[in-house]
Design a binder for this molecule. Sequence first.
Ligand code: SAH
Length: 497
Amino acid sequence: MNDRSQNGTVYLVGAGPGDVGLLTGKGKQLIETADVVVFDRLVSEAILALIPEDTERIDVGKHAGNHPVPQDQINQILLEQALLGKKVVRLKGGDPFLFGRGGEELELLEENGISFEVVPGITSAIAAATYGGIPVTHRDFCSSVHFITGHARAGKELSIDFEALVRLQGTLVFLMSVSTAGRIADGLLQAGMDPAMPSAVIENGTRTNQRTFVQPVSELEKSVKENQIQSPALIVVGKVSSLAERFSWFDRLPLKGKRFLVTRPEAGESRLAAGLCALGADVVVHPCIQTSFIRPLEIPAADQDGAPFDTIVFTSAVGVRSYLEWLLENGQDMRVFAGKKIACIGSATAKALKEYGLIADFVPSVYSGQVLGEEMLTSGFVTKESKVLLLRTNLASHDVTDCLEQAEVSYTDIPVYHTELLTWEPEETEAPYDCITFTSRSCVEGFMNGRDPEDNAGLTALCIGEKTAEAANEAGFDVVVSEKATIDSMLEKAAEM
Ligand code: SAH
């Protein structure tokens, strides 16, 4: 017998039309805490990327005309997973109840006493139109909107009452209609629709590869064929379709249709990636270095000659954390900094330090190792008498140390964390990139690990500063440099590309 208290719950979650920002907060929270996620072909890559790495995934994606996992088997999978006591997220494109067969999936669960919840999603039937610049209703044009499936069972006629649809004079939104567009247009025209009635096709709505086409309904089939429209696409018939020409805000975003590879130091959220997405770019994120704290850490209190250090320099937030965590693990605290001066390479490093209750005494005007070295000297922050301790990575650059050496300042350079370069291996089917972004020289080095500079011919690199640009230049890229060494300045530069 089925012991109900041991059963898991199934969450039927609408993933929205594709744009990751259009997933609901509730949906996101469930994806992040599920034991298993069962998903469809219509769920976008960007949303699948939110599934944590150790969460089980079951792909029941259906391909047009070919159903790898039949519906009754999907229903069975959901039941089995729930009977194993798991928290099951069933992720479906758009809204689960609008032509989503969500109802069918709940029937077997309900019959077996499995508990379930349903999280609505933003339906493509409205959102794809919206991103195509079409309000599905407008007081001047219509007083109703109708959602219609254009799917016909193999060898069967469409079961659509075209006379009724034409008589209602509302906006008609057809889903699953790419292969039946011609039959739909004929049906509407035969039922008396004006051949000049505007219609729109929105392919891959809300996604970075969205395309929108507007034409009279009499030319709908021709447009679908000529533009080689592929599923998923939405067809909108009605006067509101003509508004796309004025309101297509999404297709006009500055980076629409451009593909960016964002290389970044570590896995995690990326403000640059989010900013590029907001400008309409298709963004893939590739972390190119991975860091780990060095343990055990051996840090002398004084230099080779026994002179205690008086100046400590950090060139990354990871360095700050590795050192300070080590101090605490060893029963020491911030008092070891008493009487010492601290320099940080940039604001993020200084912020990490502040989290431990320490304020940096020196931050250079530009985030750069060379500028840090130069400005510490010119400002008198370090002098020939200073005893400098640099706490950095095993792969640290020579910029700061070259400056100190030239000025005959004594320093000790201790690695407090390891940096490992991660190779980039694009999938064979991956579309080419218009631009690769680099926010540090180490990112360029990480990206180039095992890669031939000749492979970069004709590829544009958007770089955060001169040093990074130099490295990208050496690596064979066409280089564009942001005016300032900030993410905002990079985004401004990107928008001009
Ligand atoms: N439940 C889904 C619809 C499933 S039916 C929803 O609410 O969106 C599948 C159809 O949805 C596709 O054939 C296509 O017509 C439409 N569709 C889904 N995603 C789409 C997208 N990103 N752009 C345009 N149409 C989309």
